[in-house]
Ligand binder design. Structure first.
Ligand code: GLN
Length: 196
């Protein structure tokens, strides 16, 4: 990391795969903090939105009072890394979402939930990712597919032509689960884009 202090990275801990993200971030030299309430956002340098169930997380974000507060911070530029359900929460448009499901609209992408089909609901593959020197082993679990993206969105990796790692400024999203392997290079890449 380029900075001379450990960044404080929040991990949304309402539901889903947050513990594995904390382990990966700690291994990258970050200090981590559970985010469950608006007060937990104070002083954060960056945030991770984990995988899980995006419609459940959307509900819990609203009932905890986090949704509006977090939306404001994200649109003010809080760096964010969203994986799987976290990608859905950050998208401008959700296809096949629940009618009451909200998203933060931080990246100009449209994502379709559970789009990889029954047969392929979960699969693993090796991905070439821009900025990484060798392939990344990616675990997809009922993953969202990016169906369209705007001009400000940079595609860092594709699978079957669809973007699976994309970046817009300091927001990075992956449709798979980088926290489920021992490889921390995507977390490091995120921290690098976040300025650390
Ligand atoms: N299918 C889930 C959703 O719609 C995402 C799956 C995941 O995060 N592994 O939220």
């Amino acid at each position: 990391m380029g900075a001379d202090r450990r960044p404080v990275v929040g991990v949304l801990a309402l539901q889903g795969a947050f513990a594995a993200h904390e382990r990966a971030l700690s291994r990258c030299g970050a200090t981590t903090r559970h985010v469950r309430l608006p007060v937990d956002l104070d002083g954060l340098d960056a945030l991770v939105l984990p995988g899980g169930e995006s419609s459940t997380m959307s509900k819990l974000l609203v009932s905890s009072g986090l949704f509006d507060e977090l939306k404001g911070r994200l649109h003010d530029g809080l760096p964010v890394f969203g994986t799987c359900a976290g990608m859905i929460l950050l998208a401008a448009d959700i296809l096949d979402g629940r009618p009451d499901q909200h998203s933060f609209g931080v990246l100009d992408i449209a994502v379709r939930r559970n789009a990889y089909g029954r047969q392929n609901e979960s699969f693993e593959t090796e991905l070439d990712v821009d900025g990484l020197d060798r392939p990344f082993h990616a675990v997809f679990i009922r993953a969202p597919r990016v169906e369209s993206s705007g001009p400000a969105v940079e595609v860092l990796a594709r699978h079957d032509r669809a973007p699976v790692v994309v970046r817009q400024g300091t927001a990075v999203v992956a449709s798979f689960h980088p926290e489920l392997t021992d490889d921390t290079r995507l977390h490091q890449l995120f921290l690098h884009h976040a300025g650390f």
